[in-house]
Each structure stands twice: as C-alpha cells, then as structure tokens.
Design a protein around this ligand. Structure first.
Ligand SMILES: [Cu+2]
Length: 668
C-alpha cells in the first residue's frame, strides 16, 4: 500500500491566524496543537501527543485544577498521564462523565507504551476506557443507564431521541466536516492504541472518512441479544416502536464485517501522520451522511493486549482514598458457571480480601448480569456454623469481573453463595467453600439489637409445605411498632434461609400488600407506605435445622435479624394426582422461572394450561395474567389446570404473584 507523507505545510499556517484572534479555542487551534506538538518533539507519539499545560508561576491550589494535561511520565512499559480531567476543548457528549463529579480530581492514567494485538480481547473497566490528548477521561458511554434499570438494554446516550434537545457535540462536527487533512490524534485507549478523528488514508493513500462496521439489527421485538443469546421473557426489552425506535439501545446494533472500514473494536490498521510505519488505531466512526455513528469511539472491548490488573491500574483519582486490595490472586475456584479468585496479603480472617468473580455462559464471560433487587450479584457469606452472615454486593470491574472486598470476622469454614442472573438464563446460585486459618481467637461482640423482631409462621414448620411468615418489628425500648422502614434493595425486607448442611439456599422476598404487574426489579416508588407486618412465602425442601436472616433498613442502617428454625418431616401427601386433560398446554414453574417461558396458542379459541409447580422452594404461589385481570393459586408441588378465554392474535404476558418469574403466551 503506497503511504502518503503527513501534510506538514498546512499546520504552519494556523499559528499565524491564531495570534491575531481573541483566545477563542477554535477547531483549527486544537488540530494545530495535535499536529504540531508531535512534530516539535519528534518523540514517539504516545509521549508527545498530549496537550500539556505547564503550571508556570501558578499557586499550587490553582495548578491542581488547571485544564489540559499536567504531566507525562514515560516508564519502561507504560506512560503515566496526569491531569485534573478538565479542558478548554469541548468534545461535547463524548467527554460527558457518567456520574456527577462534585470534587477536584487528580487523575492518573497509565497506558501500555508498546501495544500489541490481543489474542483474546477482555472487557473494559465500567467507568473509563481511555484518555483524550487533553487529559479528559474517555468515559464508558454505554452502561450508565438501562431499560427498567435491568442492565440488559442499555440506552445509547448519543442516540438523538428528542429533537428538542440536540446533543451537544462540541467541536466534533467540525472535526467530522474537515476532510482537508488526516484527522488529528484524539487520545489513547487503555490498551495503548491511538484514537483518531474520522478522516484517514485509504488503501491508495487517498483521504477518506472512515465508516463504522456496525449497523442496526433487523428486529421488531427485543427478545434476543446480537450475540444470539435468547433472553427470558423477564429480560425482554420494549418493542421497537416510536417510543423506543431502533438505535435507542446499544444492544440494537450488531457488527457486520462486510460493512464500513472499521472492525468490531471500531478500529483498523493504518498509516497515520504520527505513525508513518502504520499502527492499529481506533477511529471516531461516522455514517455515510457524515453523522457521528455507533459505536463512536470505543466499544468496551480492546483490540490490544491488556491485562485485568493493567486495566485496574489504568485510571485512578489520586485525590480519592485508595480503595483496593492490590495483591495478586491467592486462591482460585472454578465451576462451570463461575470462577472465584481471592486477592489479599494472606488468606486469613481479620484482613481485607478481594473476592473476584468471573461469570461465564457456555464458556463465554458475561459482562452484564441482570439487575435483580437493584444489584447484578448478591453475595451471601455464611460461616459453616451459621453464626456469621454477610450480604454484600460485588460490582463490575475490568475484565468483566465482579468484585467486592470483605474482611472475614474469624477463621474457619465459610460458604459463599453467589446469587445472580445472566442474560438468557434464570436466577443462578453458585456456592463456594472457603477455609480460613485463624491466627486470633474470635472476638466478635454482638451488640444488643435496638428492636424486638418477631417472626410468626402461618402453620407448623414441615418440609414441602408452603409457609407464610409474618415479620413484625418493634422498638426495643418503647415496644412501639416500627412504621418508618426504608426500602432495602428495592423491597421492605430480604430473607435468606440456609440449612445446617448448607444443601439449600433460599433468597425470599416480601409478598407486597398489593399484587402488582410491576417488573421484578421492585421499583421502590410502587412499594407504597412501609407495612407494619412484612409477609413472605417459602417452603423447606427437607426436615432439619435452618437459619433464617431477615434484613430490613431503617434510618439508613440495615438490620440483620437471625432466627433458628426447626423443620419437621413433610406430611404424607394424600392428595390424588391431578388429571391433566390431553389438550392442555403443559407449563412448569420452579425457582428457575417458567418453562417453557414462551407458549404459542391458537388465537380465538379458549384453552387450558396445566401448570405444575415444583416441590422445591420457589415464590410462584400464584400465576397472574394482568391483561385479563386473572390470577390463579398454584399449590406447592402440584399441578393446577386453568382455563383461559379465547385470545386475539398477539402476545399476552403472565407472571408469578411477585412479578419475579415471567412468561408470554403468543396467540398466532
Ligand atoms: Cu443483595
């Protein structure tokens, strides 16, 4: 491929123009700076491409917040960039932070100096994916908000959904329009590869605007992801319509290798003015009409080789307290669905250990776990003797890992129950056993609870029997009923029940006073006023000793109240088996939801469903058809035959009484 030399002469013109004008930061200046800086230093671009603002004669308090890059420090393998994350150059929505920043930041970026192609790409950090040459972070644009906050259909913040509020793109439109030269180097991704504006050299050295390789999917219903994963009905996105047109969500796009100039990472290998020998580079992607086009800059997967630890160290706010256990992994478990790595100085109690989970689906790492009760993963840490209990929440980090730091109160054996829901799958529980040597005697002091918490059961505790529990909370001093509870993880309380042999794990939730079709993410607003009695339904798979932890929140504090339960053997089942009519559609429901979750029936004809509810604990005590205003009780471990009226062609959704499990009838 013939490669044209960079167009140096043009750059020289711009400085003259600049001197005359008021200090308005124009696109010209920005380009001039991007092009000129590297030339003057002729050093490797990754050390010289930065817009540096030296703190000459500035008091420290001002110097800390000055715009642009504060310093560039090359080390043997990395480049360290420092800035306050502020700039006079406006790249609009592309540099809009995910969260609202109320404080001064001292940012340090660390980027590999000599990038190499990755054999297998890894998932980016959840917050920042790279840095612009002006020291502003390249934020993760694609995971901040999602439909129903389920973390499955993520809103594309650059999708122009409302013409009355045009998205601010700062100087980007100029950058896109300016086809007179090779676009400038805009920044670096955390794998070390550069990021350019849209104009680059084509195969024949001609200047061309690069087109994205992504396109909108040909879908009318959002029931499967672009990677082929078929979602459960509880995970469906909204239909494609005026309110949610295609392009609303990041998941509305798919990569097409025959399309555009850029690969699935939104980059390509090319010669650029800064890299006359050629380099892999990410490119600000545009469409045929010259508009900014998905995925814009980075996709969240890197083309370059970068380790999880490198990504962890790639971005840090040195003004914020260090938060992490840095040590390498010291223990590793793997099961077919999940792997656990524990990091820390040593494997022992009384010190922080970083618990790092990698969730897989058919061997592929899963980045987006469905938010259930407001969290992607609930981790219950329980000591073997059921004395110690913790309910904590690992969060997404680099490499698609979910991590949380925990200090175990004493040594001994612990069970870690990870409760999560991958796309296309029902809830999963993966448990790990951890043995911790203990160097110090247990000194756990249990403070007296400020509450009298009572748990009453609707009937004697027997296995395989549905039990309704009623939880009442009174102030220990006044004995007054507590009436000002606060929602905790989207519910009035959470109940975790584990048996003494750690063979069964139950995560139960309150039966809200009013059955509702609301999504099972329990949006707090629909919860209504705090109840005086919190009820939940559950059952026990076998006789024996169980521990139940009830958790509720008041005045911002989560209270955990344990109860020991002794469950007797199951009553002998005298009920005759239900006769299932031959023309009935068969439906099962268990802790894994409805199976099948989608049923096709003939429109215009009444039909029967034979719903068999699993014996093992599950919260499907009812099946509800909100659109028909119908709901039917489902006794535990039995089959219930229900008759439904003729349906018009189309979809009819159904759910369990708590809106946890969902299904859909398709009349066609
Ligand atoms: Cu939780």
């Amino acid at each position: 491929m013939g490669v044209k030399r960079p167009i140096v002469p043009i750059a020289l013109i711009t400085p003259v123009a600049m001197i005359k004008k008021t200090p308005q930061i124009k696109i010209g200046t920005f380009l001039w700076l991007c092009l000129l800086v590297p030339l003057t230093r002729a050093a490797e671009p990754i050390t010289s491409a930065w817009i540096i603002n030296p703190a000459t004669n500035q008091p420290a308090s001002l110097a800390r917040i000055r715009p642009e890059v504060h310093s560039v420090n090359p080390t043997e393998k990395h480049i360290e960039i420092r800035s306050a994350g502020l700039s006079l150059y406006d790249l609009g929505a592309l540099q809009a932070p995910n969260d609202h920043l109320e404080r001064i930041r001292q940012l340090r970026f660390r980027i590999p100096r000599c990038p190499i192609p990755a054999k297998q790409s890894i998932g980016a950090r959840p917050d920042v994916w790279g840095v612009f040459v002006n020291g502003v972070p390249i934020y993760n644009l694609f995971e901040a908000t999602s439909y129903q906050e389920q973390n499955l259909w993520h809103f594309d913040p650059l999708a122009q959904r409302d013409n009355s509020h045009p998205i601010n793109l700062g100087m980007l439109p100029n950058l896109i329009a300016d086809g007179t030269r090779h676009s400038p180097l805009l920044g670096y991704a955390f794998d070390g590869y550069p990021i350019y504006g849209p104009w680059g050299f084509g195969a024949a050295g001609e200047l061309r605007r690069m087109h994205s390789g992504y396109r909108l999917r040909h879908i009318t219903r959002r029931t499967a992801l672009a990677n082929g994963i078929v979602l459960t009905p509880a995970q469906y996105g909204p239909p494609v319509n005026d309110e949610y047109p295609l392009g609303t969500f990041v998941e509305d796009y798919e990569f097409d290798s025959c399309l555009g100039d850029l690969d699935e990472f939104n980059g390509r290998f090319a010669v650029t003015p800064e890299y006359p020998q050629g380099t892999y580079a990410y490119v600000l992607s545009t469409d045929a009409q010259g508009r900014l086009a998905f995925p814009y800059l980075l996709t969240g997967q890197y083309a370059g080789r970068v380790t999880t630890d490198e990504l962890r160290a790639a971005f840090r706010d040195e003004a914020a307290p260090p938060s992490d256990v840095e040590q390498a992994g010291i223990l590793f478990y793997q099961d077919k669905d999940a792997a656990l790595t524990i990091h820390g100085k040593q494997l022992a109690a009384h010190q922080p250990l970083r618990l790092s989970f990698a969730i897989t689906n058919n061997g592929k790492s899963v980045r987006h776990l469905e938010y259930v009760h407001e969290r992607p993963l609930h981790l219950l840490v329980v000591s073997e003797d059921l004395e110690d209990f913790a309910h904590i929440h690992p969060t997404l980090t680099a490499g698609d890992r979910y991590e949380v730091t925990h200090t175990f109160p004493r040594g001994g054996r612990y069970r870690l129950y990870a409760d999560y829901t991958p796309p296309g799958s029902a809830q999963r529980i993966t448990s790990f056993v951890l043995d911790l040597p203990d160097r110090r005697p247990a000194s756990v002091v249990r403070a007296a609870s400020p509450y009298h918490v009572q748990l009453a059961a609707s009937s004697p505790l027997r296995a395989n029997t549905e039990i309704e529990f009623a939880l009442t909370i009174r102030d220990a001093q006044t004995n007054q009923a507590v009436t000002d509870l606060e929602p905790f993880l989207g519910a009035w309380a959470h109940f975790v029940i584990i048996d003494e042999r750690h063979e069964s794990f139950i995560h139960a939730h309150p039966i809200e006073s009013t059955p509702r079709a609301a999504s099972h993410t329990h949006d707090v607003a629909s919860l209504g006023p705090p109840p005086e009695t919190i009820r939940t339904l559950t059952s026990f798979p076998r006789a024996g000793k169980y521990k139940l932890w009830a958790q509720f929140q008041r005045n911002g504090t989560v209270i955990t109240q344990p109860f020991v339960l002794r469950v007797a053997a199951a009553p002998t089942n005298t009920k005759p088996a239900t006769v299932i009519p031959p023309d009935a559609f068969k439906l099962n429901v268990s802790a894994h939801g409805f199976a099948p979750a989608q049923l096709t029936v003939t429109p215009g004809k009444p039909f029967k469903l034979a719903v068999t509810r699993d014996q093992l604990p599950n919260c499907a005590n009812k099946i509800v058809f909100p659109a028909l205003g119908l709901s039917f009780n489902l006794p535990l471990g039995q089959t219930t035959v229900i008759e439904l009226p003729a349906l018009p062609a189309g979809e009819l959704s159904f759910a369990c009484g708590m809106g946890m499990y969902k299904g859909v009838l398709i009349a066609q």
